[in-house]
Design a protein around this ligand. Structure first.
Ligand SMILES: [Zn+2]
Length: 442
């Protein structure tokens, strides 16, 4: 090795692969149980070390033993400007190794992909951010304004030990932050060889998880009985599960559908957006869920013996509301279940929606176009929720922008929480280049 090669800083597009693989090898499974979530601390310490190596100080805040959240601030050239928050979660959902082609925590490099739980949700982005910041520090780059980094715990179980904890107990870490970027946006959807949509998340549905409680008269399973809690609950659950809520096209979804219809040459009927959505392939699952409120029964519980009619039965319904529709959805559900079934909210987070305009959106779009001349950035609404729900409580305008160029045949949405989760290495490297351009100048 020559002395020149020894002193040249590592290329961030090469380093991102190592960083992502290292993170994938740390098992940060979030089971929802604090006793088994120790990996988050290991991952946060790894991030702290990678930042410290290049002179960035960070702080780890534990919300409970092992539930570690890391925050750092990169000073910008103009301290008078508002700061940008860049956030990524470190936890992942569980993975059953028996179902996978590779071990889910191996970080294996195979067929041009890095494989592992978290490869797209969202250790890929965590690694990109680290690669960009480490390169800046080594080469003396200063971003235009302060950038606050947050690497969080517990996103996969509602963020109570992660982003919500930071917002409640360490809000000073986010002083001056007015805008944020995080997960589930900035990925490509291939239209044809020359054109790709890049879906930038500007809206998220609300989370309305609720429990239905039915009461009846307990009794013997052999006798005539007309007040059975299980029967009443089952009827209510079936009514909800079969119900289709009315179509409501929000500004975000309309902007998305207009762009898609134009590109695909599909006539967009505002009364029937589903025809256009059906042409989208796998991402229709996400987009189709953003034109109406949804309610999916997920859990049932009743009884303790085969021949005893229980006095109570409960069910959990995973409801997702469109912006401004949470109260209306509650009314609709009350009508569906009737007066005898009680509804208890177990988790409720509002929907988010911002506009697709302004300097930050311009900077995202410009960075994408610079790296992919066929890029067509579009706003979209995520059917799920992210840490943006917590950070928006600080008045921060949140976007999903974790840029990733994907091969046309990859079922990206199917990889979220799915088997054989993996990220294309060239897509990851594309993401580093886009993020670098965007974060430097935005
Ligand atoms: Zn995620």
């Amino acid at each position: 090795m020559t002395s020149d090669a020894a002193s040249a800083p590592p290329d961030p597009t090469a380093e991102v692969v190592d960083l992502c693989r290292d993170l994938l090898r740390i098992d940060t499974t979030n089971t929802g149980d604090n006793a088994t979530s120790a990996g988050e601390r290991v991952a946060a310490e790894y991030v702290a070390e990678k930042l410290a190596e290049v002179g960035v100080e960070s702080r780890i805040h534990e919300s409970a033993p092992g539930r570690a959240n890391l925050v750092a601030r990169i000073p910008g050239a103009d301290p008078g400007r508002d700061a940008l928050l860049v956030h990524g979660h470190l936890d992942v959902v569980p993975a059953d190794a028996d179902e996978w082609s590779v071990h889910p925590f191996s970080g294996e490099l195979r067929d041009g992909y890095l494989w592992g739980r978290g490869a797209i949700d969202m250790k890929d982005f965590d690694a990109m951010v680290l690669a960009v910041v480490r390169n800046w520090q080594r080469t003396g780059v200063r971003p235009a304004r302060d950038i606050v980094l947050a690497f969080t715990a517990d996103e996969e179980a509602g963020s109570d030990y992660g982003a919500h904890y930071l917002v409640q107990h360490h809000r000073d870490a986010f002083d001056g932050c007015t805008e944020a970027i995080g997960e589930v946006g900035g990925f490509s959807y291939t239209v044809d060889d020359s054109q790709r949509l890049y879906l930038i998340e500007t809206a998220e549905k609300g989370i309305d998880w609720l429990r239905l409680h039915a009461k009846g008269r307990p009794g013997h399973g052999s006798m005539v009985h007309d007040d059975n809690a299980v029967t009443a609950l089952a009827e209510a659950v079936a009514r909800i599960g079969r119900h289709r809520f009315p179509v409501v096209v929000t500004d975000t979804v309309r902007a998305f559908l207009e762009e898609v219809s134009d590109l695909l040459g599909v006539e967009l009927d505002p009364e029937d957006p589903e025809t256009a959505i059906a042409k989208l392939g796998p991402i229709a699952n996400i987009i189709g869920a953003t034109i109406r409120n949804t309610a999916n029964p997920t859990r049932l519980a009743a009884g303790y013996k085969d021949n005893v009619i229980p006095g109570r039965a409960t069910a959990t319904i995973d409801c997702r509301s469109l912006p401004g529709q949470s109260e209306l959805l509650e009314q609709q559900l009350r009508e569906l279940v009737g007066p005898d079934i009680a509804i208890e909210y177990v988790h409720r987070q509002p929907a988010l929606e911002t506009t697709f305009d302004g300097d930050l959106v311009e900077a995202m779009s410009a960075a994408l176009r610079a790296e992919d001349p066929g890029a067509r950035p579009v706003p979209y609404m995520l059917s799920g929720g992210t840490d943006a729900k917590a950070f928006s409580q600080l008045g921060i305008r949140c976007f999903g922008f974790a840029p990733l160029r994907l091969p046309p045949d990859l079922n990206f949405s199917g990889l979220f929480h799915g088997i054989d989760e993996r990220v294309p290495v060239d897509g990851l490297q594309f993401g580093v280049r886009v993020l670098d351009r965007f974060l430097r100048n935005c």
